[in-house]
Ligand binder design. Sequence first.
Ligand SMILES: NC(=O)C1=CN([C@@H]2O[C@H](COP(=O)(O)OP(=O)(O)OC[C@H]3O[C@@H](n4cnc5c(N)ncnc54)[C@H](OP(=O)(O)O)[C@@H]3O)[C@@H](O)[C@H]2O)C=CC1
Ligand SMILES: O=C(O)CCC(=O)C(=O)O
Length: 477
Amino acid sequence: MTLHQNLIAGEWVGTDGVANINPSNTNDVIGDYARASADDALAAIAAAKAAFPAWSRSGILERHAILKKTADEILARKDELGRLLSREEGKTLAEGIGETVRAGQIFDFFAGEALRLAGEVIPSVRPNIGVEITREPVGVVGIITPWNFPIAIPAWKIAPALCYGNTVVFKPAELVPGCSWAIVDILHRAGLPKGVLNLVMGKGSVVGQAMLDSPDLQAITFTGSVGTGKRVAAASVEHNRKFQLEMGGKNPFVVLDDADLAVAVEAAVNSAFFSTGQRCTASSRLIVTEGIHDKFVAAMAERMHGLVVDDALKAGTHIGPVVDQGQLNQDTDYIAIGQQEGARLAFGGELIARDTPGFYLQPALFTEATNQMRISREEIFGPVAAVIRVKDYDEALAVANDTPFGLSSGIATTSLKHATHFKRNAEAGMVMVNLPTAGVDFHVPFGGRKGSSYGSREQGKYAAEFYTTVKTAYTLA
Ligand SMILES: NC(=O)C1=CN([C@@H]2O[C@H](COP(=O)(O)OP(=O)(O)OC[C@H]3O[C@@H](n4cnc5c(N)ncnc54)[C@H](OP(=O)(O)O)[C@@H]3O)[C@@H](O)[C@H]2O)C=CC1
Ligand SMILES: O=C(O)CCC(=O)C(=O)O
């Protein structure tokens, strides 16, 4: 089997490979991917540091051309790369191709942003002095990504980092190296100079930790668990570096009596179960007012009956497998915890067998849950949701906001008054009205509040805040 190597200082290196396994069929080995050591991580950081002076001064047309070429190749290969994504992560083929298109669009967007770099010239408060405000690249950026969006998250971190003139050391999640290797290969062939982008696939505890401990990274952008996020934060404070964290969610989806039932059920099913519930924007708390509660639960159960859980690559599959045995154990542990806490398992929750050995779990819906239960407070990261019954809108909003997290928040209502009030008062970085809590645009800011996020927003033009540093220059006329 071909070994997919790491890219350090423009050279493909590495001999020790780890098998990338398909969660829909654990007999299917997608390929071998090199495992970097801590020394490899240090070599990658040194290469990125050496490449920074030239790349930070490179012309915007060069950056534009490389990012555009990358976008075009990703979009031209969307079916093949989308299939690779579904095969290694387990989301359905439609979701895999959709995410790949999104990655292509992100590179296209930042190809454009490279041409739109601008500063400000403003008069000083003192006579005969001019003031220029410009944005400069930060330096060497460390990128650490999770397994649940194997191409979109690397894209939305790598594209702006390069666009604004930074060099990069990129460590993808060990579970899904395939898409990361593919986009680094595309960028390398698109003409990136040696050392500008370095790929170090390997263990978080080794490669990731070596990155956190290095004094030569000027910034780290991270998406993943709260626990690892806190390590990134502590190490970054120690090294006086910029950092940006996207971590967990416990996103609420409120359903009011006046909601269009079909719209509410579709949005709730999508929020809770699509992509096997493995999205930080997924909703696992369905907060439902009492007038519509029973109708909503019945309609949810009926809709869930129709969901096909099977091999991610099969036509007709709505929900693919859980990503691996560890995540599956976490999901089933929480299903047991929910039952012990007194919630009623109204639908699903059982392990299911399919033609191929994989991590298949029937999506689970709890009812009679309270917002104090662990299933309502802790991120499960699987296809498990709980319905919490509330009296009215005011109680729904209070319950929605009663969480340590604040990434995304949704409401189903036909009332303009409640929709408007919710948009203003939901304690979340993103608010959705009559839409799923997950599934965001690629050109607008992404991020949360409270325990979900730290630092400036990702994506769209707001990404410039993290990947650049502002300089103010004064000149005597
Ligand atoms: N908000 C989100 O989008 C996500 C949230 N999660 C949550 O996190 C839980 C666990 O998922 P998991 O993948 O283990 O999350 P982690 O936070 O462990 O993984 C995220 C990334 O951090 C790396 N990492 C792990 N340890 C370190 C370290 N000491 N220093 C630097 N980098 C490190 C991982 O490497 P490696 O590949 O070796 O694991 C991976 O690349 C999920 O069940 C879910 O609750 C997970 C994924 C995404
Ligand atoms: O909902 C989305 O589109 C993005 C979700 C995401 O970034 C995540 O789960 O990490």
